[in-house]
Design a binder for this molecule. Sequence first.
Ligand SMILES: Cc1cc2nc3c(=O)[nH]c(=O)nc-3n(C[C@H](O)[C@H](O)[C@H](O)COP(=O)(O)OP(=O)(O)OC[C@H]3O[C@@H](n4cnc5c(N)ncnc54)[C@H](O)[C@@H]3O)c2cc1C
Length: 181
Amino acid sequence: MTQVVGHRPYRPAGFVVRKEAFANKTLVHNYGHGGGGISLSWGSSALAVDQVIYSGHKQAAIIGGGIMGLTTARLLQEAGWQVTIYSKSVARHTTSHVAGGEWGPFSVHDPLVSSPAFKRQIQTAAKIAHQTFSSMVGEHYGVSWTELYSMSKKPPEPHGEFDQFYPFKQQYGPGSASLCQ
Ligand SMILES: Cc1cc2nc3c(=O)[nH]c(=O)nc-3n(C[C@H](O)[C@H](O)[C@H](O)COP(=O)(O)OP(=O)(O)OC[C@H]3O[C@@H](n4cnc5c(N)ncnc54)[C@H](O)[C@@H]3O)c2cc1C
């Protein structure tokens, strides 16, 4: 039996938040978040909302009921918009639903390919998203702080892209920590 568990569409140049005219409407794209869409959701969707918030309109159709569609819809609702979500599938059939849900906007772009403008975009999105998830910690939303361990044969990058969000980073050498039993 084949079990489809989702995919992580990745663009070396990074995820797309961009508006364009579409007949008499404004179409805002918000896609391509690779392995970091849950992490970036509130931030990327805030950037998407920012594209239309002063347009004078108050009605939106959201296409897609994954994390990007839902966070965009929520932000627009909070700004007083009337929102309708159109989606091929909902909740447990979306990629968002099967994601690990760990905060870490990694595998989202190739830093050797992405532009300086994109690097600013991902930092802004990460910052907004991190602040939003931090404010949601607790049983009500099911968001919690947790320790995160990763193993590597290579030493960590001295200045990682998202180091600012991991202020208590600690490096262990061979034999200096007993993590597994
Ligand atoms: C196994 C796995 C683990 C992951 N773990 C993490 C993690 O720990 N942390 C993290 O930040 N990210 C993680 N990710 C990445 C993250 O899940 C994605 O980046 C994110 O879910 C993408 O959200 P989305 O809303 O763009 O897409 P989706 O969740 O795929 O939602 C797309 C929506 O659009 C709808 N749709 C599609 N086509 C149409 C159409 N033609 N018409 C109408 N509706 C349509 C779909 O039905 C769906 O509702 C993981 C991904 C996978 C696969």
